[in-house]
Design a protein around this ligand. Sequence first.
Ligand code: GLN
Length: 456
Amino acid sequence: TEACLAAIEGAGALNAFVHHTPEIAREQAKAADARLAAGDAPAMCGIPLGIKDLFCTKGVPSQAASNILKGFRPEYESTVTSQLFGAGAVMLGKLNMDEFAMGSSNESSCYGNAVNPWRRGNDTAELTPGGSSGGSAAAVAADLCLAATGTDTGGSIRQPAAFTGIVGIKPTYGRVSRWGIVAFASSLDQAGPMTKTVRDAAIMLGAMAGPDAKDSTCSDLPVPDFEAALTGDIRGKKIGIPREYRMDGMPAEIEKLWSDGAAMLKDAGAEIVDISLPHTKYALPAYYVVAPAEASSNLARYDGVRYGHRAKLGQGDGITEMYEKTRAEGFGKEVQRRVMVGTYVLSAGFYDAYYNRARKVRALIKRDFELAFEAGIDSILTPATPSSAFGLGEMADADPVAMYLNDVFTVTVNLAGLPGIAVPTGLDGRGLPLGLQLIGRPWEEGDLLNHAYVLE
Ligand code: GLN
């Protein structure tokens, strides 16, 4: 814990931690020492973690990187963080992210973006750590903490993990409680661990997961021992390679990474099978209807009354002006864009044309995966991202759709509610990390982690 606190002090330029909690960390570390001395060694005992700012942590600023939640200190602890602390974990502080987890580059944060610790060869230009869990990824990659929590609505654990050379898993929807995590798109959001190794991910996921009476979408299924699943034995497993993920203009190094990954799994005894997921091309548009729709509904609660920021009002301003001014000041540009798209697709005249259509497409995407698994496929291998980390400022303020295209390989997994993991498997020509994604059967995170363990 002391080593991490010192590392964080020295790495301010990465802007990974946005709230520091050294007093809490030292107290928790002491308690962990006492537990160890008493012969009690729970899974996360004494492990110093960073916590994404989207998680409510009791008495500690929890702002979802938004100005509208300025000054908000929750009265309660999210289920995930309370389970981690119960298992002995130590909180070093809160981590930077895109505002309300909307983004792929960390540039929508009210704190300014976190910075990727990696550089392109000798080029000193700063790169994005990815998003939305960019602070989590930067902190783990730069050894500021041993692991971090992330959340993933459309790729926000897997894309930043791939951009920084770490491991990140989005569990099956319902494996981890969403209680106390600021909601973005409730039918897609899942929390998961971001770690240095697959083994760490297995251990930490075990501590985060499990039934929770406070979240009705959280499954009652018991949590298996994920670490025990890491046997390295994948003989006879069928790994699908979906042809629709082979996009036009895919960089040669991503193609090579993908085929090298398939060769590694084959060498370990798996069977590699070409498969088709025909509705893949509709996933991105469906996601960018469903996610903003749910976001516009979830964000209605930030009204200047219940939480955080309230605008200063002028003479004669009534409640409508109060809402309008508060939200105009409190929400950043990307969040405003999502609220507008979301309310539009949900509005009476357009509901059937957009939202209902997207829900139907979502069902077809889910069915594609079900058919593949019914045909005996155990997991599916794809690239995690279409490129390595891009430069800060390169995409922001350009066409927002260019930024959305980053999520092309990851959003299908959230739409279908499946578990997906990003594993670092190589470097590109400029020395930047690249990751592959494995997609698993629902509730089979153990098996999925084991396949990733072979690729690592
Ligand atoms: N980049 C995607 C978006 O902006 C995914 C975000 C996420 O997974 N939280 O919606």
